[in-house]
Ligand binder design. Structure first.
Ligand code: NAD
Length: 258
């Protein structure tokens, strides 16, 4: 499918692996010019090589996207941003009693304040140019508690509520803001969570993975590639009438009708 975004500049935050990389790959295939980011330079360059093999023009910015300095460097590399994929690391799995004040401030900065700051920086330019697509990677934990991820749930629910009004300010300018809620996607982060659960339950990581996958109606974890396909569609030229929405990619895990 031609997504109509060839030559558009896409900033994909936190994209050396996992869901961010899945989005970058799908946007590379759609012909976007990419600015990718992660803290570790070596793994970022490895991801850039993979994306260049798909024919993409890729600029890398090794930086902590939660820092103002990192955000500025990423945005400067992009110049005019047409597409913004807001992604970041998530808080570590931890019981709510163990969270320190610093942990909580860090989690809220990562998963709520940072994406808002980036949207503040790019939205007016998108409005002026009459095109903008913003996709926030949030979490199914916004809708459904997940053990050890209360901080993630709270910060991302805050982001979702914050943007529900904001996105409507830009809707008439062909600038959209949507959220994708991953359920259980097979990435390093999911595997780290499985190891945490396995330890707590006194079972092997393989057994924890089997039990988790069996609880998903699809019978398996999702892939970053599947995730990236939806992100790229939401960034496409024809998706201008879709804004302020939350899309679950969860293999049917959350059993609700609406
Ligand atoms: P991952 O650990 O596989 O990848 C995270 C990426 O973010 C890596 O490229 C890493 O280098 C980069 N990164 C981390 N902190 C950064 C920072 N401060 N600045 C720049 N880059 C940074 O994780 P993932 O599974 O791809 O998850 C992506 C996001 O989606 C996370 O916020 C995660 O909590 C959330 N999420 C994932 C799942 C899932 O099933 N995988 C489910 C719900 C929510």
């Amino acid at each position: 499918m031609d997504l109509g975004i060839e030559g558009r500049t896409a900033v994909v935050c936190a994209s050396s692996r996992g869901l961010g990389k899945g989005c970058a790959e799908a946007l590379a295939k759609a012909g976007c010019r990419l600015v990718i980011n992660a803290r570790n330079e070596a793994s970022l360059e490895e991801a850039a090589s993979d994306l260049r093999r798909l024919g993409a023009d890729v600029t890398t910015v090794a930086a902590d996207i939660s820092s103002r300095e990192g955000q500025e460097r990423v945005l400067a590399a992009a110049k005019a941003v047409d597409i913004l994929i807001n992604n970041n690391g998530g808080p570590p799995r931890r019981g709510f009693r163990e969270l320190t004040r610093d942990d909580m401030l860090k989690g809220v900065t990562q998963n709520m304040v940072t994406p808002i700051e980036l949207i503040q920086a790019v939205a007016d330019g998108m409005v002026e140019r009459g095109f903008g697509r913003i996709v926030n990677i949030t979490s199914l934990s916004v809708l459904m508690p997940i053990p050890g991820l209360d901080l993630s749930s709270g910060a991302r629910a805050g982001l979702t509520a914050f943007l529900a009004g904001v996105c409507r300010e830009f809707a008439s300018h062909n600038v959209t803001v949507n959220n994708i809620l991953p359920g259980k996607m097979d990435t390093d982060r999911l595997r780290a969570g499985l190891s945490w659960q396995a330890k707590k339950a006194g079972i092997s990581e393989d057994e924890a993975a089997k039990r988790e996958a069996a609880a998903i109606p699809a019978g398996r974890f999702g892939t970053p590639e599947e995730f990236g396909q939806l992100a790229a569609f939401l960034c496409s030229a024809n998706a201008g009438y879709i804004t302020g929405q939350n899309f679950r990619v969860d293999g049917g895990l959350l059993p609700t009708a609406f």
